[in-house]
Each structure stands twice: as structure tokens, then as C-alpha cells.
Design a protein around this ligand. Structure first.
Ligand code: ADP
Length: 190
């Protein structure tokens, strides 16, 4: 299995690049944000809980997302590999993901970190908010998400760098050029 974590701040292009990765490498896309948004839309209890955190730009409790991931990895045990998009988002989630994967005799192959400046991130998210109407793409929530990213999520870079898995990719430029840089890293794994 080839398992890739696509990592980066909100608005760094994780979802966009994931779509291209799925097409080229046939990996199974796991986006916790998409899963949670689907639950909100369906009006489930989990959706209600998720909405109370997401609308403020806060993270859901680790136990909740870890349980979702655990179930998903088990259900797709025959996958060629996974692209984890938006997970892990805390060191605790990172440690759990390692455990879940080793329980399935596999591991993270590499972590692609998309680097984009804050000014550009805010600009992209505000624009996305106007088009997609995503309720968390407003200025106040964006600021909170960025704070959360730097305090809780970015320490994972060090965690993966220590494992020798972190690849830093410049996340500014055309979608195609950024994908080319990612491909270069991934083709070494296939
Ligand atoms: P973005 O990367 O643009 O913030 P996502 O769709 O990945 O978008 O996440 C949207 C929101 O969903 C987050 O702000 C958070 O509230 C929630 N969420 C997604 N993934 C996780 C996770 N792994 N742990 C906790 N909360 C999460």
C-alpha cells in the first residue's frame, strides 16, 4: 500500500491536489472535512456535533475523528492505498494513524506539505467562500482556523520530518505545476 498524507493549512490546496492524485494513482481519498460536511447535510447526530465545532473554526475532539478513520480504514482494507486529506490534524491523531496503519501491516509512505503564505491563504478562502458558500470560509472563522492550524496541526511537520517522511512543496503557482512537483515525489514510491 502507498499511503500519502496531504498536509497544509486551510486553503493550501489539499483537496484540489488530492483529486489529481486519485486520478493518477488510484488511491482512496479520505477527507475528514468532506465526511463531516456530508454528515451535516444529512442532519445526523454526528453532523450536529461537527457543525458546532466547524462553524467556529475549531477542531472536533480527537476521539470522534479517530473513530471515523478507524472504521473507514477497516472498511477499505483492500484499497491500493490512501490519501489522507485533513487528517491527522493533531499530534494525537498522527500517533493514532500510525497505530491504525501498522495494525493493517502498512504505514505512511510520505507526507506532502503544501506551503502557502497566510496572506494568500486568507485571500483564497475568502474567494472560495463567495463561490462555494462554505459556512466556515468567512473572515472570522478563517482566522480561527489558521490559529488552530499553527498551534495544533503544524507540529505534525516535525513529527513526520523525524520519521524522514516530510516533503515540502511550494503550494503557489498553477495547479498543474504544483501537481508536477508532487508527482516527482510520489513516482519515487511507485
Ligand atoms: P480546511 O482544510 O479548508 O480547513 P477541511 O474540510 O479539511 O478544510 O476541514 C474543515 C473543518 O472540519 C475543520 O476546520 C474542522 O472543524 C473539521 N475537521 C476536519 N478534519 C478534522 C480532523 N482531522 N480533526 C478535527 N477536526 C477536523
Amino acid at each position: 500500500m502507498i499511503n500519502v498524507v496531504i498536509f497544509g493549512a486551510p486553503g493550501s490546496g489539499k483537496g484540489t491536489q488530492s483529486q489529481l492524485l486519485i486520478k493518477k494513482y488510484g488511491l482512496t481519498h479520505v477527507s475528514t472535512g468532506d465526511i463531516l460536511r456530508a454528515e451535516i447535510k444529512a442532519g445526523t447526530e454526528l453532523g450536529k456535533l461537527a457543525d458546532s465545532y466547524m462553524s467556529k473554526g475549531h477542531l472536533l475532539p480527537d476521539e470522534v475523528v479517530i473513530e471515523i478513520l478507524d472504521e473507514l480504514i477497516r472498511r477499505h482494507s483492500d484499497a491500493k492505498g490512501f490519501i489522507f486529506d485533513g487528517f491527522p490534524r493533531t499530534l494525537a491523531q498522527g500517533a493514532e494513524l500510525d497505530k491504525m496503519l501498522s495494525g493493517n501491516d502498512t504505514q505512511i509512505s510520505l507526507v506532502i506539505s503544501l506551503e502557502v503564505s497566510d496572506a494568500e491563504l486568507i485571500d483564497r478562502l475568502l474567494k472560495r467562500g463567495q463561490i462555494s458558500g462554505r459556512s466556515d470560509d468567512n473572515r472570522e472563522t478563517i482566522e480561527s482556523r489558521l490559529k488552530v492550524y499553527y498551534s495544533q496541526t503544524s507540529p505534525l511537520k516535525e513529527f513526520y520530518a523525524k520519521q524522514g517522511k516530510l516533503k515540502i512543496i511550494e503550494g503557489v503557482g498553477t495547479v498543474e505545476d504544483i501537481f508536477k512537483s508532487i508527482e516527482k515525489e510520489l513516482d519515487k514510491e511507485f
